[in-house]
Design a protein around this ligand. Structure first.
Ligand SMILES: Cc1cc2nc3c(=O)[nH]c(=O)nc-3n(C[C@H](O)[C@H](O)[C@H](O)COP(=O)(O)OP(=O)(O)OC[C@H]3O[C@@H](n4cnc5c(N)ncnc54)[C@H](O)[C@@H]3O)c2cc1C
Length: 273
C-alpha cells in the first residue's frame, strides 16, 4: 500500500519543530529514521496531514560528554553508537546493544529517539537504558523537562509526551570502571526484535544494582534495587526473579521461563564478560 497524502516540512531548528507540532487543527507526526513510521504510513495505520522531518536539526545530533554523563541527541542513529562515533561511558554496553538491533540498513537510519518514542516493548533501547538509569530530555512549548526513562514509557507504544512535546535527547550516566553489566536478548534470528530481554547492572561504587526484564507484554519490569535478587551479591536467585515476574502479573509459566533464561545469561555475562 501507499501512504495517504501528507504535507512535509524539514525545519532547521528545534523551536520551529515545536511550533509545527503544536498545531491542533491538523494531525502532525514527527518523522526521524522512518524505520517504524514508514511501514505504519504505508499500511495507513497513521494518516497524518503533516510530517515534520527532524533529521536536519544539529541540536538533535549533538553528543555532550561530561564527567558524570553523556547527553545524546534524539537523532543519533543506532549505527553512530555501534561504530563508536558516540564516546562510550558505559564500558561497552551501548555499542553492544546497538549491534544487536535489526540489521545494518535499519541501524543506519533508525534513531535512539525514534526507538524510545515508538515504545515497542520488544525494542532494545528502552530496556537497556532503563537498567543503566538513563533520563529523557523532553522539549515542549514551556521549555525542557526531564524524567527517568523507565517512567517515560507508560504502556505498549505509549510514552509520556504531552501536546507539542518531543524527545530532544537522552542523558546516560557514566558507569564506574568497576561496573559490571550484562544484556541478553533472546530472539529466533540475530537482529530480530526480542522475545525476551534480561539486563543487569552492578555498579557498587555508585551504589547501583538494577535488573530489567524486557520484551514483556507491556513496559519493561524494572527493579531499581535488585540486591534481594542476588545471593552473595552475585548469584541470581531464580525463585526471587520469578516472583518479580508473577508479581508484575505475568502468569504464563513458559514465557516466564524464557525471560528468566535471558536474565540468567545477562547475569552470567556480567560476571564473566
Ligand atoms: C526490519 C526491522 C527490524 C527491526 N528490529 C529491531 C530490533 O531488533 N530492535 C529494536 O530495538 N528495534 C528494531 N527495529 C526498529 C528500529 O530500531 C527503528 O529505528 C526505531 O524503532 C524507530 O526509530 P526511527 O528513528 O526509525 O523512528 P521513526 O520510524 O521515524 O518514528 C517512530 C515514532 O517515533 C516518533 N518520533 C521519532 N523521533 C521522535 C522524537 N525525537 N520526538 C518525538 N517523537 C519522535 C515518530 O513520530 C513515530 O511515532 C526494527 C525496524 C525494522 C524496520
Amino acid at each position: 500500500m501507499k501512504p495517504s497524502r501528507f504535507d512535509y516540512e524539514r525545519p532547521a531548528s528545534l523551536a520551529e519543530v515545536i511550533r509545527l507540532i503544536q498545531r491542533d487543527d491538523i494531525v502532525v507526526k514527527i518523522i526521524a529514521g522512518s524505520q517504524s513510521l514508514g511501514p505504519m504510513l504505508n499500511l495507513r495505520l497513521v494518516q497524518p496531514d503533516l510530517l515534520v522531518d527532524i533529521t536536519g536539526i544539529p541540536e538533535l545530533k549533538r553528543v555532550e560528554v561530561s564527567d558524570d554523563a553523556i547527553v545524546i541527541g534524539a537523532c543519533v542513529t543506532h549505527a553512530d553508537i555501534e561504530d563508536g562515533r558516540v564516546p562510550d561511558v558505559t564500558g561497552g554496553a551501548l555499542s553492544h546493544v546497538a549491534r544487536g538491533i535489526a540489521y545494518r540498513a535499519v541501524r543506519n537510519r533508525g534513531t535512539l529517539g525514534g526507538s524510545l518514542v515508538h515504545a515497542d516493548p520488544s525494542a532494545d533501547w528502552i530496556s537497556s537504558l532503563a537498567a543503566i538509569g538513563a533520563e529523557v530530555l523532553i522539549a515542549g512549548p514551556s521549555g525542557q523537562r526531564r524524567m527517568q526513562i523507565d517512567a517515560f514509557m507508560t504502556s505498549v507504544f505509549e510514552v509520556d509526551l504531552g501536546p507539542g512535546e518531543m524527545l530532544e535527547a537522552v542523558r546516560i550516566p557514566r558507569l564506574s570502571r568497576s561496573a559490571r553489566w550484562g544484556y541478553h536478548k533472546l530472539c529466533r534470528k540475530t537482529g530480530e526484535f526480542a522475545h525476551a530481554i534480561g539486563v543487569v547492572l552492578h555498579d557498587p561504587e555508585r551504589a547501583v544494582c538494577r535488573v530489567v526484564l524486557g520484551a514483556t507484554e507491556s513496559r519493561p519490569i524494572v527493579m531499581r534495587d535488585a540486591r534481594p535478587l542476588f545471593r552473595d551479591g552475585r548469584r541470581l536467585d531464580i525463585d526471587a526473579a520469578r516472583k518479580l515476574l508473577t508479581d508484575a502479573g505475568h502468569a504464563d509459566a513458559l514465557d516466564n521461563q524464557i525471560h528468566l533464561a535471558a536474565l540468567k545469561r545477562a547475569v552470567d555475562r556480567a560476571e564473566h564478560p
